[in-house]
Structures are given as structure tokens and as C-alpha cells.
Write a protein that binds this ligand. Structure first.
Ligand SMILES: [Cu+2]
Length: 222
């Protein structure tokens, strides 16, 4: 590709990108970004999760110029400043929407802080924080009419969950998603308990097949 056609392609990309939104200049339509003068957090700050696990949401920042037009191509370096864990990749570049992101894992001590340091030294370094606790090794869920309580539960891998049937009608415990093999179904019953040990981290979905909308989620973490 010639230099001229490369430039044409680049200009077309810029025009197509336009002002990705989020700035105060809403309604101004597409814009051609100038030099980045702002770097702001757009996601992932102040998450609360569990030791030695990846955070549910990525850390992300957005680069903007003086007119709040998003700026692609800004290099951002990600480092763990304190608290252990890890961030990956160590470097990312703002995309067509002006956003650069990285995945963050919490270590065995928190609070953790992660720095997003732009290669453009006139832009600010942003600090993300995360805190963690140990996940429980056992949990209990009541099977009621017609809901699971709580319907979102977290245990450590190797931990167990006990479902206690506590309603006046019959319900099943039927796993619908999660790491294979899924636990066997508990068919319709009105009383009783079922305890299952979970060794594989992941998100499990389950439901009662008799009552639509009666469903729950189980997170098994490291
Ligand atoms: Cu049911």
C-alpha cells in the first residue's frame, strides 16, 4: 500500500470513528481527534471480589482530546502498584472508541492498586483499586415457593453448597449450565436436602423445571 493510500485509509477510519460519545460535546457528530489531553476511567474501578481470582470486569480507560473527541492509538502501561495479583496485558493501546483495557487478578492480599500510566507523559496516571475477601467454603440455599434464596451464591473450589427444600410445593434442582460434568438433577420433591461439592471453578446456572423463572446462579472461585 502506498503512503498516500495508507493516509487515505487512516483518514477514512478516523471519519468513520467519529466522536465515540461520553464527552460533553454530545450531538456534535463525528470529529477528527487532535492530541489526547484527557485520560479517564471507564470501567473496572473499586471492584470487590475474592482472593486469587480474576476480577469480573476488565479495567478500562478512555483517551479524549480537548474537544472530548475520542483518541485512538494512545499507549497505556498497566502495573500493579501494591497488593499483589497481576494485570494483563502489561501494555494496551486505545482502540477506535478511544478505550484501552486490561484484565486484573487479585492476589492473596488487598487492597490492590493498579496504575494505568499513559506513554504520553502529559496525561495523568490513573489508579484503580480492588479489594478481596476469602470465599466461603460452604453455603446454604433454601428452595422455596417459587424461588431459590439466595439465588446467587459463591463458594471456593472444593467447597460445598446445601440446598434445603422449604416450600409447600415440589421443586427440582436442575443444573442448566456450567463446567461439565454438571451435577445430576434432584427430581421434584417438597422436603429434603442436597449437598454438592464443587471442585471446578466457574459459573453454574440451575433452575426448577416446574416453575418458570425459578432459577439461581452459583459461582465457584479459586
Ligand atoms: Cu419449583
Amino acid at each position: 500500500m502506498s503512503r498516500a493510500s495508507r493516509l487515505t485509509a487512516l483518514a477514512a477510519a478516523w471519519l468513520a470513528t467519529g466522536c465515540g460519545g461520553g464527552g460533553s460535546g454530545s450531538g456534535t457528530g463525528p470529529c477528527t481527534p487532535g492530541a489526547a489531553t484527557q485520560l479517564v476511567k471507564t470501567g473496572g474501578d473499586a471492584q470487590v471480589w475474592y482472593f486469587n481470582n480474576p476480577l469480573p470486569a476488565a479495567l478500562s480507560v478512555k483517551a479524549l482530546d480537548a474537544n472530548n473527541c475520542v483518541v485512538p492509538g494512545v499507549v497505556v502501561n498497566w502495573t500493579v502498584a501494591s497488593g499483589g495479583g497481576g494485570v494483563s496485558p502489561a501494555q494496551s493501546t486505545t482502540n477506535a472508541s478511544g478505550v484501552a483495557s486490561a484484565a486484573d487478578s487479585i492476589g492473596s492480599s488487598t487492597p490492590q492498586s493498579v496504575h494505568a500510566t499513559p506513554a504520553i507523559t502529559s496525561l495523568p496516571t490513573l489508579t484503580f483499586s480492588a479489594t478481596a475477601s476469602a470465599a466461603p467454603t460452604s453455603e446454604a440455599v433454601s428452595v422455596k415457593d417459587n424461588f431459590f434464596q439466595p439465588n446467587d451464591t459463591t463458594v471456593q473450589a472444593g467447597g460445598s453448597v446445601t440446598w434445603n427444600w422449604a416450600g409447600n410445593t415440589s421443586h427440582t434442582l436442575t443444573f442448566t449450565s456450567g463446567p461439565a460434568p454438571l451435577p445430576a438433577e434432584t427430581t421434584a420433591q417438597m422436603t429434603g436436602t442436597r449437598t454438592i461439592t464443587f471442585n471446578t471453578p466457574g459459573t453454574y446456572g440451575y433452575r426448577c423445571t416446574i416453575h418458570s423463572g425459578m432459577s439461581g446462579t452459583l459461582n465457584v472461585v479459586h
